[in-house]
Every structure is written in C-alpha cells, then in structure tokens.
Design a protein around this ligand. Sequence first.
Ligand SMILES: Nc1ncnc2c1ncn2[C@@H]1O[C@H](COP(=O)(O)OP(=O)(O)OP(=O)(O)O)[C@@H](O)[C@H]1O
Length: 544
Amino acid sequence: MAPPAVNAAWAEPPGGEPAFAVPPGYPVAGYRIGERIGAGGWGSVYAAHRAPQEPGGPLPEVAAVKFLHPGRLGPGQRHTVLQVARSEMRFSRRADHPHLIRTLAVLTLADPDHPELDGAVVLVMERAARSLQDVLAAARPPEPPPDADRILAEIAAGLRHMHTAGWVHGDLKPGNVLLMPDGTAKLADFGLTAELEGTHAYAPPLGSPDHVPPEWWSQRTGARGVALRTSADLWAYGVLAHQVLTGGLHPFLGATARARSLAALAYARGSAPLRLDAGLPERWRPLVAACLTADRQRRAQLDLAALLATALGGPGAGAGMSVGAGVGGDTPGAGRVPRRGRRRSRPVVGAAVLLTGAAALLQLTGAPEPSVGASTVAAPPPARPGAIPRDADVPAALRGPIEDAARRCPEAEITPALLAAMLKAESGFDPAAARPATGEYGVAMWTPSVFNAWAQDADHDGVKSYLDPDDAIAAMGGYVCWLGQRFKEQGYLPAELPALVTAGYRSSEKTVAEARGVPARWITHVTRVLGYLAEYGGGGVAGP
Ligand SMILES: Nc1ncnc2c1ncn2[C@@H]1O[C@H](COP(=O)(O)OP(=O)(O)OP(=O)(O)O)[C@@H](O)[C@H]1O
C-alpha cells in the first residue's frame, strides 16, 4: 500500500516529445494519418483524413487518432498504461452524448513491420478544433472567453450524463474539454474514468495535481488503485469553472502546480480561507465555492442544479441538471440505468428541459444511457469463447489467420467462429473465388476498392492483396470489428451483432443503419451464416 502519487509523466510528458511517431499516410480504420496534434502522458494524437477509397462514406471527413502504446514502456508503467488504455477503450466506445467526444473506432494494432506501432491501442475520434486549455492559454485574465456560461453548462451536462450512467470522469480539467469547430464543448480523455461500485469507483493512482480534490492526497493505494467518487469531479468542476470565468486563474494561488496544491491543502485543513478571485462573476460564486467545499461528504450533498440555475441567471435554469446523482452526491442513485441488455432509444423528450439564458442552447435529455461496463479488452486479450471446433470443416491453413483476426478485435462478439462462418458463406473458403459480375474476389470476397481502405499485409510479403488469404482475412477482421463497434454505438444488443455485421459486410454499415436491421435483401445470406455459426458452436445469437 502506498499513497497515490502524481505521476510526472501524466502531468507532463517527458521532454514533451511523443513516445513514438506514426508515419504520415499510415492507414487506420478507413483513415490516413496526418500531422501530430499533440501528446499526452501516455500517447500521441494525430489528425487523420478519410482514405480516398471511402469517398462520401459513413465516416466523417476528418478525425483525430490517439495511439496509446503500453509495449513501449517499462514494466512499471506498462501496467498503468494498460489500465488507462482499457478504460479509454471501454468508456469511449459507449460515450454517446452531445457533450462527450464521440469515438468512431477502437482497435489494437497488429503490425510487425512497424514494431514501434505493433500492439498500440488506437482510438479514432471525432476531431475537435481545440481544447479549452488552448482557449485559456490565449485568454487575458481576468477576462473570460466568449461563451463561458454556455461552455460551463455544456461541461456540466456531459458530466451529469456520466454520473447518471454510474461513471466518474476522474480527470476533468481544461485540457480534457474539447471544443468542436462550432464551439460545442465535449468531455474527452476517459483514461481515468471508472465505474461506480456503490459509492465509489477505483482508478489508477494518477491525477492532475491542479484538479484533484484535497482528500485525494491522503488516500491509500490498494490493489485496485485509489477510490474515486463523483465528488472528486465536482471539485474539479469548481476549479475549472473558476479558471474559465477568470480567463485561466486557478482558485489557489501559486507559481507551480505543487504550490497551488499546497495552498488547496492549507485551505482544506482550515489554515487558510477560500479566496476566490475578485473577477469571478457574483452569480457564479456560490457554485464555485460549493464545489470547492473542503469536506468531501458535504461537497457530495451540494445541489448543483440549483447552483447552476443561479449561475446561469434564472430560477429553474438548471432544473434537472444535478451533476452528481440525486443532488450531486456520491451514490449513483435512482438515475442509474441498467448496464446492459437494453436497446438505446432516441432521446426521451418528456425528460428534456430547456434551460433559459445561455443554457437555452443546451437541451438536457433523459435519454437512456448506452450500456456501460460491457466486457472489453486491451492487449493482451484474454482467451475468448467462440473458437473454431477441431472437427469443423474450416481448412487448417485458414484457422490461424482467422483466429489472429478475431483476436485483434476487442469486441467479444467478433469470434473466430463468426469469421469462419462468414468466410464459408462468402467463398466456401476458396482463396480463388471470384464473382466478376459484382467485382468481388478472394476468400473474403473483397471488393478491391473497399479492401484498399482496410488492407493489411498480414503475411509480411510486402504486398497487401485481397487474393492472399492472410491479408484478406486480416482486413476482413478489421472491417467486421469496426462494423460491430458502430452497431454497438447505435444501441444494438450484443446478440444482434453477428447478424448485423454479416449484413454490413455484404452491403455497408450505412445500409444496415438505414434499414434499422438486416435489410430484406440479405436475410437469406445472414440466415446461412448464422446456421454455420451454430454448427461451429456459436449459437445463442439473434436472427435477422
Ligand atoms: N478528438 C480530438 N480532436 C482534436 N484534438 C484532440 C483530440 N483528442 C485529443 N486532442 C489533443 O491532442 C493532444 C493530446 O491529447 P491527450 O488526450 O493524449 O493528452 P492530454 O489531454 O493533453 O494530456 P493527458 O495525458 O494529461 O490527459 C491535446 O492537445 C489534445 O487537445
């Protein structure tokens, strides 16, 4: 047991340099990597453009791609990065809210030709224009940036959504709030996000010293990390609100993060009063002071909805907007939704509250949460069910490539048995299969132009070929994995994924999304694949 330590690497990457570089043009999930946007404690973020082979496809034209690379670190840090990567993967895939950054794909790279990238966890995200930290860095204290009220209301809405879903963000700070090209604020960086188990969650013993609450410093680190509560997010929100409303000033004075932390601890011990900056607008002072309540349990009781209403300048402005569960407390409470097994429906308008003033821009919905806590894995993946039975009719030469392709996908439903069933229906496992009429070739029946966007040189012969079974199956695994992630995002149940990805592979993600299920044209094909899947022991899935 040891007290948590602020990891210097977390606060500031060593030397400010990325741990590794990604070559320009590198293909990832339908995108080509461009210039580096920046680097955090554990990885680098790159701009990306949709691959030319995907014109007008369902993917946004531009994206931001984050590479997290546990394998590049020493054993001590590797475990922590794996935890961070796992949390990023798990939560970002389910972050479905207008004020949470959207993740388009999550994958683990398998690229022995680029050892510096092999094994990296990759998140493809919607691309923001800048971070709130960038905005504050350019501000002239105590002048707040334009739209400060709206930005803070939107951050509160994203946080409220997370807390209602039973999650603690764990690392709220201006650097982790991104502003989209239209100015919308979205929470990002879910590396320390954790799921509440009753009153608290567990996270790696890491934190950003300027934004962790005073109690954080005296916590002990157990086998599962440190306890994390929604009240920690409330403290961080108070610090962040003070910074935004004063053009970047921290509520605790000091030239360094260490000095500011000591000032916060002195205040928490009662040896110094809370001195909010004189420039902080009067109507925001009650909220900031309440969020900066030293006592964690009292802070947990604050009524953020009412405080936000006052701050935004009108009674009722924050109605329904308790950021913590209940009245901002540490327990998930009645607002919590079941974790799995429910289809996400469209926003429930009855629970929507239109806010007044600046917050009128923000519509809070009572939309059921996306399922959270579903099993996801980061490298190295655990053994998974869905292996191809020994006596199945799958050719021996294809078993290895199929198993590798499934292993690279973090989605539990994309199993070797499913990929084998799809290949059997596509080509009868024939690497020379061809359907010239529709322009489909090889064991995975790739359309060459589509293959190019997902191509992999899995057999390392220097050529990416859809006629080569290793390359074709690896690319198929990547594409099917992405389809599975998209359909999960759309709220489909895990049992529905085999049918949907099969239909998506035959048509497109867009076709299935528009049909809201398996399109009639592909029912026979999907039924055949599910039949093969059942033969391979992969029953229990939903039909078309
Ligand atoms: N989706 C995105 N769109 C645009 N820029 C992004 C996106 N995600 C991250 N960035 C930017 O990339 C850079 C690195 O982000 P990253 O999340 O890795 O680290 P960080 O938040 O700066 O640091 P830390 O590791 O302490 O969280 C930051 O400048 C961030 O603003």
